[in-house]
Design a protein around this ligand. Structure first.
Ligand code: 5GP
Ligand code: MG
Length: 176
């Protein structure tokens, strides 16, 4: 799998160090609050597991399965998820977790749906990666692991046609 990468952007130890800092910021901000983490699957699965084990708060965890349709390596802008699958979180502070902020359409659609349907006490978002680019939807995340250029990346939960999620590093996929 490594051979399919053009280059590695973040090694395992670099990701781990960044998660230490990110987790301690989140821990400080949510101390004493009723926190529910809403993780967007599948992409955030590995990030979620590593991040949450660094947050020593009595948080609750829910997951939302979301598909954003990709035409090769470009977002099609279609985001689909089951709104009726959103948990009841009216008395909770919600932190959305996603793997990567690209066009912004996924995060924007979920934030909108959660605000309208669930009306939580607050909603913020945390992404492992944030692409530096002009977004189709002008949304930003409250917590960001790493800023990257506008390139297609895989590994550490991120896939290309469902492969590479189990790579321990994050890297740029070699062009075919
Ligand atoms: P957005 O809706 O912000 O365009 O994209 C969000 C979703 O698209 C992410 O949750 C992720 O699943 C997918 N995505 C966006 N950029 C990349 C990328 O560079 N690599 C991979 N593997 N997935 C991406
Ligand atoms: Mg994906």
């Amino acid at each position: 799998m490594h051979a399919d990468l053009d280059r590695v952007l973040f090694r395992e130890d670099e990701i781990a160090r960044r998660l230490d800092t990110l987790a301690s910021e989140i821990t400080t901000d949510y101390m004493g609050k009723e926190l529910t983490v809403l993780a967007i699957l599948n992409g955030s699965l590995i990030f979620m597991a590593d991040l949450l084990r660094r947050i020593p708060l009595p948080l609750e965890l829910d997951c939302l399965r979301v598909r954003s349709y990709y035409d090769e390596m470009e977002s099609s802008g279609q985001v689909s998820f089951d709104r009726s699958a959103l948990p009841k979180l009216a008395d909770r502070h919600v932190l959305l977790l996603d793997d990567i902020l690209d066009s912004g359409q996924t995060l924007a659609a979920i934030v909108e749906a959660v605000r309208e349907d669930v009306k939580p006490l607050s909603i913020r978002s945390c992404v492992l990666l944030r692409k530096i680019k002009t977004r189709a939807r002008p949304i930003e995340a409250d917590y960001v692991g790493f800023n990257i250029g506008d390139e297609f990346v895989v590994g550490y939960g991120l896939d290309y046609q469902e492969r590479y999620r189990n790579l321990s590093v994050i890297g740029v996929l070699r062009k075919p």
